[in-house]
Structures are given as structure tokens and as C-alpha cells.
Design a protein around this ligand. Structure first.
Ligand SMILES: Nc1ncnc2c1ncn2[C@@H]1O[C@H](COP(=O)(O)OP(=O)(O)OP(=O)(O)O)[C@@H](O)[C@H]1O
Ligand SMILES: [Mg+2]
Length: 353
């Protein structure tokens, strides 16, 4: 549904250049909720703004629902996504992409209903049809009774519901959300996320969202990407990410913690899915090789309806003394990742000399 290839954005200000995006290849499938995470300044907002061409990329392409947006012409962003100053073709394409903002961006002088109608006005939809559509959308987001209220009379969560209703006005296939819940308290955050998930399911809406909360990724996203320095450094379905040895994103999602208790110890991270019986495997390992195993940390959660777990254990002895036990864990179907493998492998080689 959304594909970017080699997407690059260089900002030039006061003689300095900032590469905000550095060759981003993003693939979001139809009907999925895709989360982007990363530190401040990683390029997340720039990426999402390039996806609907609020920001024109320096190079690369953006394709949404089979249309190459970068090939369409337009003169800047206008007042809203789908704003009035963009070229007709781009404006039309953008009306199929909804955008939700962190600070809601509602017009305070307009009622809730008139805020939702705004994109329809820009698209030239007749008054009656606008009104019908706006009321239908307000009903969909649970705010039918607030149509005549003004934004100042609403709570943060209600304002964001209006923002979502407005984003849906052009019947988008894609909804973009830049930190839509970061100004909200945890409970309101959950209800807004639930709404996004419901809209995703009910309308088949594809959602690309930016968040800095790992819980958001775990609770609503099918896939996720980690951005660093303008690049995507990791991406995939959430359950694949969790099963990837050495994944930084998996560590952030499921921190298992625990440090080695001494230099002559080997720390091993295990990942398992579903009912995988780690406990028996670990006690078998202990008995078979007559070694004491310590569990340094463990985490279990449900991702996309599947149980996933990570466990960090410690084996006595250095890596090179544990090659056979590690092989045993692998043979028993566990994803095994040895902390600091390069260093350990180097040590193992040294030891062999
Ligand atoms: N209009 C602009 N002019 C110049 N530099 C910009 C502009 N917008 C963003 N940048 C720079 O591009 C880089 C990426 O910014 P971006 O806003 O995409 O980061 P982000 O990942 O969304 O961060 P945050 O989590 O803080 O929102 C930063 O170094 C930022 O300073
Ligand atoms: Mg940002």
C-alpha cells in the first residue's frame, strides 16, 4: 500500500545541510498497522511527511496505493493535507491519505462538525453531503453528541477523535499518524489506539504510525521499523522481529535485563514462540551437561494473538566452553543469541591457538 524507494530528504538552512532521510526503503502492506520508532531526530516525522508529500523528498520515490506521488506536481503543502495550493492531481491523490497530528491541529473558531467538514469543503463537496458525511464520521469515532461543540470544550482524547474523523473525511485508504497519542494520558491513549485498531479492521484502513512508546507497537502494530540517523535499520513483522537474534528493537520491546555475574560466564538470549517448552529444555541442558544455569531475566507477552517470550540465561564458563550446550539449545528449537558474539568468537579463536 505504501512503498518508498531510496527516499532522501536534505534540509538546507543557513548554509548548513541536514540529511533527515538517507535512502529509506519502506514497505507497508495493505491493511496492516505499521509502527515507526526511533530516537528524537531520527527522521520519523520527515518520513511520514514525505509519504503524503507535505514535504517534497530530495530524491527517491513514494508510491501509495499504486500511484507514484513523487511524479505528481503540486506547489507545497497548502493549509491541510489535501490543501488548496497543491496541484489538482496531487490534491486528489492526497485526499486518499488521512493524517492525524500530535497536537490535533483543530481550528478553534469552528465547531467540531465544521472541523470535520473542512477537507470536504476543500474537495468541493456540497453542503448537504458534507454535513451527512461529517455526522456519520463523528458517530464512527463516538462523538455524535459533540457536533456543535467547539474544540476548547473537548478533552484531549475527544479532540483527537475529531482529528481522526477529519482525517477520514476523504475516505482514505491510508491513515498517517505522527505521535497521535503522545499528548494524552495512558488510559486515553489506549482508547485512541483501540479506535485506530477498530478502524483498521472495520474499514480495512492501512495505518502508518510514529510512536516513541514501545507498548503501542506491542499492542496495535502488525509490523514495525526502527529508524536511526535517517535510515531504517530494522524492520519486519513484530513477531519476526522478536525472533531475530541480536535485534535491538526486540530488546526495546521485551527488555529482559540481567548482566553477566562474572567474566567467566556466557550470557545467552533465548526467544521462543507459543507453547515452546523452555523450562524442560533448560533443565535437560542442566542435567545432560551437569551445569548450573541461572536465569537472569525473562519476559512474556502476546503479540498479534501469539505468545512470545524471551529469556536471558547465564552458563558457567566462557563462550568457547559452551559451544556444545548452545548447540543443544538450538537443536531443541530455541532461537539462541549469544551476547557479544563477535568478541566471544574472537576469544574462542584465541583460545584455540
Ligand atoms: N524544516 C526543517 N529544516 C531543517 N532541518 C529539519 C527540518 N525538519 C527536520 N529537520 C531535521 O531533520 C532531522 C529529522 O527530523 P524529524 O523531525 O524527522 O525527526 P523525528 O524522528 O520526528 O524526531 P522527534 O522524535 O523529535 O519528533 C533532525 O535533525 C531535524 O533537526
Ligand atoms: Mg517527529
Amino acid at each position: 500500500m505504501i512503498t518508498t524507494t531510496g527516499l532522501t530528504k536534505v534540509y538546507r538552512s543557513r548554509g548548513r545541510e541536514v540529511t533527515a532521510l538517507d535512502g529509506v526503503d519502506l514497505h507497508v502492506r495493505e491493511g496492516e498497522v505499521y509502527g515507526v520508532v526511533g530516537r528524537s531526530g531520527a527522521g520519523k516525522s520527515t518520513l511520514i511527511r514525505c509519504v503524503n508529500l507535505l514535504e517534497r523528498p530530495s530524491s527517491g520515490t513514494v508510491t501509495v496505493d499504486g500511484r507514484d506521488l513523487t511524479a505528481l506536481t503540486g506547489r507545497g503543502p497548502g493549509i491541510l493535507p489535501g490543501g488548496s495550493r497543491a496541484g489538482a492531481a496531487l490534491r486528489q491523490a492526497r485526499s486518499h491519505i488521512g493524517m492525524v497530528f500530535q497536537h490535533f491541529n483543530l481550528l478553534s473558531s469552528r465547531t467540531v462538525q465544521d472541523n470535520v467538514e473542512l477537507p470536504l469543503e476543500i474537495l468541493g463537496v456540497s453542503g448537504r453531503e458534507r454535513s451527512r458525511k461529517a455526522l456519520e464520521l463523528l458517530d464512527l469515532v463516538g462523538l455524535a453528541d459533540k457536533a456543535k461543540a467547539y474544540p476548547a470544550q473537548l478533552s484531549g482524547g475527544q479532540k483527537q477523535r475529531v482529528g481522526i474523523a477529519r482525517a477520514l473525511a476523504g475516505d482514505p485508504k491510508v491513515l498517517l499518524s505522527d505521535e497521535a497519542t503522545s499528548a494524552l494520558d495512558p488510559e486515553t491513549t489506549r482508547s485512541i489506539l483501540q479506535l485506530l485498531r477498530d478502524l483498521n479492521r472495520q474499514l480495512g484502513l492501512t495505518v502508518l504510525l510514529i510512536t516513541h512508546e514501545m507498548d503501542v507497537i506491542k499492542s496495535v502494530c502488525d509490523s514495525a521499523a526502527l529508524m536511526k540517523g535517517g535510515r531504517i535499520v530494522e524492520s519486519g513483522t513484530v513477531s519476526d522481529i522478536l525472533a531475530t537474534p541480536g535485534s535491538e528493537l526486540a530488546d526495546e520491546l521485551f527488555p529482559v535485563g540481567g548482566e553477566a555475574s562474572g567474566p567467566d560466564r556466557t550470557v545467552v538470549d533465548l526467544t521462543f514462540h507459543g507453547e515452546a517448552a523452555t523450562q524442560p529444555v533448560i533443565s535437560q541442558l542442566s542435567r545432560t551437561y551437569n551445569i548450573d544455569i541461572s536465569i537472569l531475566g525473562a519476559a512474556m507477552d502476546t503479540v498479534g494473538g501469539r505468545q512470545v517470550g524471551r529469556m536471558r540465561i547465564e552458563l558457567p564458563g566462557r563462550f568457547e566452553e559452551n559451544v556444545v550446550p548452545i548447540g543443544f539449545l538450538r537443536e531443541h528449537g530455541l532461537q539462541v543469541d549469544v551476547a557479544g558474539p563477535e568478541a566471544a568468537v574472537e576469544l574462542a579463536k584465541e583460545g584455540a591457538k
